[in-house]
Design a protein around this ligand. Structure first.
Ligand code: XMP
Length: 180
């Protein structure tokens, strides 16, 4: 698997350190919300990040699963997002934190945030592990961001190419010849 990577961009140690910092920031933000939080991971890219993050959040929460399919062909081209599986939780008047792996063109999170906002949550925030600085739209503001990265196609730590590489513990840049 490592042979398919051009280079490692973020090591597993760097990820763990940053996830802890993010969890601390999220805990501070929600410290006085006693009714509990609803975490909405955008599947499937966020699964590993989610697992690490929520085990560091020391309060009551529900997890509402939502699956969005981002139609992108080879990698960094924008795709259109389509809801595949909706939440089975009522989020009206609840504090909601959406968790995703990467904010790239923002198409996916724009669809998700728009959909959830209509359901009148008490608050709606967004947490992403990665953000592509050059491409993320300025009007789609993530409340918690792990790493700002350059515009390269990354895999590992939940991020996939054709459903491969999610289990690689570091985040790496895929060798371009594998998808071009
Ligand atoms: P958008 O462009 O809608 O992208 O912000 C959202 C979804 O597309 C996937 N994506 C990537 N997946 N490496 C990946 O493995 C990448 O560099 C990458 N960029 C976007 C991802 O599922 C994300 O939620």
């Amino acid at each position: 698997m490592q042979n398919d990577l051009a280079r490692i961009l973020i090591t597993r140690e760097q990820i763990q350190k940053r996830v802890k910092e993010m969890a601390d920031a999220i805990s501070a933000t929600y410290a006085d919300r006693t009714r509990g939080l609803v975490i909405v991971p955008v599947l499937a890219g966020s699964i590993i990040f989610l697992a690490d993050l929520i085990r560091r959040l020391p309060f009551k929460m529900k997890i509402g699963l939502l699956t969005v399919s981002s139609y992108r062909g080879a990698t960094t081209k924008p795709g259109s997002a389509r809801l595949v599986q909706d939440l089975d939780l009522d989020i009206k008047d609840r504090h909601v934190l959406v968790v995703d792996d990467i904010l790239d063109t923002g198409n996916t999170l724009r669809v998700v945030m728009g959909l959830l906002q209509k359901r009148e949550p008490a608050s709606l925030r967004m947490c992403v592990l990665l953000r592509k600085t050059a491409k993320a739209p300025k009007d789609l503001v993530a409340d918690f961001v792990g790493f700002d990265i350059e515009d390269v196609f990354v895999v590992g730590y939940g991020l996939d190419y054709n459903d491969h590489y999610r289990n690689w513990p570091d985040i790496g840049v895929l060798r371009p010849e594998l998808y071009s």
